[in-house]
Design a protein around this ligand. Structure first.
Ligand code: PEP
Length: 252
């Protein structure tokens, strides 16, 4: 089954609106040159820059995703943003459960179990992040952690809808550290995640795209993206520079 790789730029809390414009003006011609046979590309700006990025990317092959959302439609939830608001602002997808949100902002599997179906119901592509800490890997608990996260976070998604989401395997010890999982470690973890989805629905196991994230750079992208079970990358640091990010898209 040929799965189109998805390369996503997670800007985190970086770039003003003007900087976001400059990035898009540089990136869009490079992506256009690669044509529709290349990887699918998504930019995940901070909320404030999202409407402008969506406007600049309209009609191009580049999609836009937010970095978080709340599962309720509206109401007294100060500081939160709903799926409908993201759609209205021009988003096509949303990153959910990034390890920084889990570690720094108290994101739980219980909350994610509501966020993933809410995103799907609204027509947003959920990019669900899962991954183990360094200690968990050293203790041999990687598969246990991945199983717990995948099972809990996708508990409320119908089996036949699982193929329509994206999972980013992001070992926490590799995020923003310059340490990258070996291609074998990343592929093994991705294959394991795929097997968890396939156990619920065989077709969804074939369809679901599993990205790798953790210090992906132009220099290591081709090897990681060449693995059989890795269908793209969620890129943090290297996605802030349009040239580096375009090089990763080209590698895919
Ligand atoms: C990320 O933010 O999801 C990420 C993988 O960051 P970095 O590429 O900087 O490790």
């Amino acid at each position: 089954m040929a799965r189109r790789p998805l390369i996503a730029a997670n800007w985190k809390m970086n770039k003003t609106i003007a900087e976001a414009r400059g990035f898009c003006e540089q990136l869009l011609p490079d992506v256009e040159e690669l044509g529709p046979d290349g990887a699918e590309v998504v930019v995940c700006p901070p909320y404030l820059a999202l409407p402008l990025v969506a406007q600049l990317c309209e009609g191009s092959d580049v999609g836009v995703a937010a970095q978080n959302m709340y599962f309720e439609d509206s109401g007294a939830f100060t500081g939160e943003v709903s799926a409908a608001m993201l759609l209205d602002a021009g988003a096509d997808g949303v990153v959910l459960g990034h390890s920084e949100r889990r570690q720094l902002f108290g994101e739980t599997d219980g909350g994610l179990a509501k966020k993933v179906p809410a995103a799907l119901a609204a027509g947003l592509l959920p990019i669900l992040c899962v991954g183990e800490s360094e200690g968990e890997r050293e203790r041999g608990e990687t598969e246990e952690v991945l199983r717990r996260q995948v099972e809990a976070d996708l508990a409320e998604v119908a089996d036949e809808a699982l193929g329509g989401i994206v999972i980013a395997y992001e070992p926490i010890w590799a995020i923003g550290t310059g340490k990258t999982a070996t291609a074998e470690q990343a592929n093994d973890a991705s294959a394991f995640i795929r097997s968890l989805v396939a156990a619920r629905n065989t077709e969804a196991g074939d369809l679901i795209r599993i990205q790798y994230g953790g210090s992906v750079k132009p220099a290591n992208a081709a090897e990681l993206l060449g693995q059989s079970d890795i269908d793209g990358a969620l890129v943090g640091g290297a996605s802030l520079d349009p040239e580096d990010f375009a090089a990763i898209v080209t590698a895919a």
